[in-house]
Write a protein that binds this ligand. Sequence first.
Ligand SMILES: [Zn+2]
Length: 515
Amino acid sequence: MTVKLTFYDGVNCIGGNKILLEDGEYAIFLDFGINFNEENKYFDEFLRPRQIFGIYDLLHLNLLPPLRGLYREDLELPNIWDNFEGHFLYRKVEPIAILISHAHLDHLGYLPYITHQVPVITSLTSALIIKSLEDTSKNLSDLCFVKLKNERDGILKAEENIIFQRKYITYSENHSDKVFEFWKRIERKRINELHENPLEVKNQNLKIDPFEIMFFPVDHSIPGAGSFTIKTSSGWIVYTGDLRLHGRNGHLTKEFINKLKHIDVKVLICEGTHPDIEKIYTEDDVKEKALEIVKSCHHYVIADFGPRNIDRLMSFLEIGKETGRRLVLTLKDIYLLESLSFIGYPDPKRDEFITFYEKPKGNYDPWEKNLLERYKDIPGKAVNSKDIRKNPQDYILCISYYDFHLLLDILPDMGVYIFSSSEAFNEEMKIDQQKIENWLKYFNLEIRGNLVEKREESPLHASGHIHGDGLSELISNAKPEILIPVHSEKADFFEKFKDICKIIYPEKGKVIYID
Ligand SMILES: [Zn+2]
């Protein structure tokens, strides 16, 4: 049988990975992310792809590949494919699974468009993060619960409230029954017809015929990240996803790199985001530096560490405990942390150093109402602006730019703002540096950490990605026959491995035959 790999994105850029792996008539996708650089060429916060036309806008701008059979039929306008049959990438593909390496949007953000009959294979941790994200977000939907649309007069609308839960097959070593309860929980008002799909939790072997799929947990700037090894009729194909060695779970990446010695690797698809960084700051370095700053501040402390960076949140929780400051989180972070407490993370209900900000709000969303109800009898959990103003030295405010209204509630007059994100700005975050600076200046808050430029040089920034030496060790352990760099703007780094393996630099949409 012929094994083929086609890279529909993640080529010569950071993010947007969409890799099709075919073995004879069977196909799977490795990640299905948003290429933010491409999307931002056309769209921004205020000009979005039109939901009423389903996949039409994204197909036309080449943001989604024209693969018939891959997308939800309810997002296809009548005769939509007539427009694309002549496109050089047009073809039919019906994958049997979508493998998601981790819950960053540049790896899974276009999943909502994929047909809901295809199972998603990922870690249990990623599945919990993805569901939390969907449950608490206004803009993200259909990652777990797909609301079907109907076409009327050339427009797609979700009028009937028919919902299909996607099938998730997940990897985990330990979990409580609460994850299954959480998986069933629905945080919305109107549903006429719900098609539930129970969560599957398995050990490392996630076989989906005819592919043998193994998941290896690795360290990255979001919990639950993993690398996949996939057995095909041409041999083992390894996909690293995003990984690093210097976070709290660096040992997981190390174990994976060691295990590669015992796998006969035919193809290694390897990330290469930061091969050139010499000085690596570890999560421990970041924590130490941030602790020093918090210790020397006797006023307001604000910590901004980007979305879903739970490792960093854990570092600040430890800092809070060492300095007698309680963390003030957003309700979204509490929701996420609560879902992760079912697999061993601190329980925000029980940990007295975790509180949340009682934001002045006219109408709460259903998920917020439910969460507030769950926490209403726990003393000291909800903190308001008066509490913070009275004793600023008792708190670390964990917020980012989009929560800056809080500054107008508490009116700080002195303190520090620690910018400590792990994401490369072009992966998921769009930071308007000038706006942040304006706010902080207005409230007399000193900035610590580099906002955008030279972020990698800041000791308050631990990158989410493995450095050159680590990559070299990974590649020499794997000894692949074929090496394919992905998620990289610095692919020339891989040239030095040309003596130990064949290097193929993928081109967007061009089939690579593996024999
Ligand atoms: Zn990532």
